[in-house]
Design a protein around this ligand. Structure first.
Ligand SMILES: *Cc1c(COP(=O)(O)O)cnc(C)c1O
Length: 364
């Protein structure tokens, strides 16, 4: 049996008729960018998360960099961020000329709250948390810390649609919650898309202005903004997927639970959610000291896996100029050498799941 790390086609076929009807409806409507589908999606996604406002954007990266832009964070400012993340989190900071200050992760892949305070300087303006793999960070302690030090709190929720801390949805704890709807995300579009959720009306207005060339009124431009508009086709298709997101999440949780109860191999460490959190299992990430051998072994058995992520941002060629060396962030670097994401997707069959479990358990 051949098993791929992800099968986005399966997620499409689960709701094929609804997607196809919506696509035709939008195509026939004659209105394609920022229209009634986007407005409806923004209302529905805000209601889903529990945030007062949602603003549709063109991507998750745009959500991140526009968040720091709108909060007035730029050159000379520092933003604290966990070092084990997808590089887009860091680019959201550096596009604005601000400096990322890296913090090592805890045992649940989230920012290590005990190591935040030592990184705060007079230039620190914000903390960016990443609910990596759909496993929420410890928001209780982090919101307290940000309040105490007068820092903005931004959440990268690109992998955590619907994930909760103490029953409250990720994205609603800080000043801005940033989402991606890239096709492989839990709430995926059929192209690029993103959004932010915010609590304050002033921020809602600012994002609406920035996403559309900095204009509130056509051809009157207040600031140098961006073209970061969600299109009607993606918004319409996202509305279909959002209606089913709870089912989609439950299916992912069931797959992850099956992995957790059936994977038994002393060479492999399983992911564990932190207390007070409900995960949505964007990825099921195991750790193995002999990760590369495990990856090739699974590949030989026809099982595809992915490393999220093999090079931490501080060691990426793109950030050479920061001057980091191997060894500067040992916890993060060790994760990069040992993590492996097992296949997990909506529409995964029991047979496929059994096949992965058997292969991993037989690895020696
Ligand atoms: C996918 C992702 C992003 C970027 O989203 P895009 O829509 O691809 O721009 C940012 N952060 C994390 C953690 C992601 O997984």
């Amino acid at each position: 049996m051949k098993i791929m790390p992800n099968r986005m086609d399966r997620g499409f076929y689960q709701y094929q008729q609804e997607f196809e009807e919506k696509a035709l409806e939008v195509l026939r409507s004659g209105w394609y960018v920022l229209g009634k589908e986007v407005s409806a999606f923004e209302k529905e996604f805000a209601a889903y998360t529990g945030a007062p406002y949602c603003i549709g954007l063109a991507s998750g990266l745009d959500a991140l960099w526009l968040a720091f832009r709108v909060l007035g964070i730029g050159p000379g400012d520092e933003v604290i961020v966990q070092a084990n993340t997808y590089i887009a989190s860091v680019m959201g900071i550096t596009i604005n000329g601000a400096v990322p200050v890296f913090v090592e992760p805890d045992a649940h892949f989230g920012i290590d709250v005990d190591r935040i305070e030592e990184k705060i300087t007079e230039r620190t303006k914000a903390v960016l948390v990443v609910h990596l793999y759909g496993m929420p960070c410890h928001m209780g302690r982090i919101t307290g810390l940000c309040k105490k030090h007068g820092l903005y709190l931004v959440e990268d929720c690109a992998q955590s649609h619907g994930a909760c801390f103490d029953g409250q949805m990720t994205g609603t704890f800080g000043d801005v919650g940033c989402f991606s709807f890239y096709p492989s995300k839990n709430l995926g579009a059929f192209g690029d898309g993103g959004a932010v959720v915010v609590k304050e009306e002033a921020l809602d207005k600012a994002f609406r202005m920035y996403r559309n060339y900095g204009s509130e009124k056509r051809y009157y431009n207040k600031v140098v903004g961006a073209n970061s508009r969600l299109d009607e086709l993606q918004a319409g298709l996202l509305r279909v997927r959002l209606k089913h997101l709870d089912e989609i999440t439950q299916e992912r949780i069931a797959i992850a639970d099956t992995y957790t109860s059936h994977l038994k191999n002393p060479l492999i460490k399983l992911p564990v959610l932190a207390e007070h959190t409900t995960g949505v299992w964007h990825q099921y990430v195991i750790r193995c000291e002999e990760r590369d051998r495990l990856l090739s072994y699974l590949e030989e058995k026809g099982i595809g896996t992915i490393i999220h992520y093999p090079i931490p941002p501080h060691l990426s060629e793109a950030y050479q100029s920061f001057g980091y060396q191997k060894g500067d962030l040992p916890v993060t670097e060790h994760l990069a050498d040992t993590v492996l994401s097992l296949p997990l997707y909506n529409g995964m069959t029991e047979e496929e799941l059994d096949c992965v479990i058997r292969a991993v358990n037989e690895f020696c």
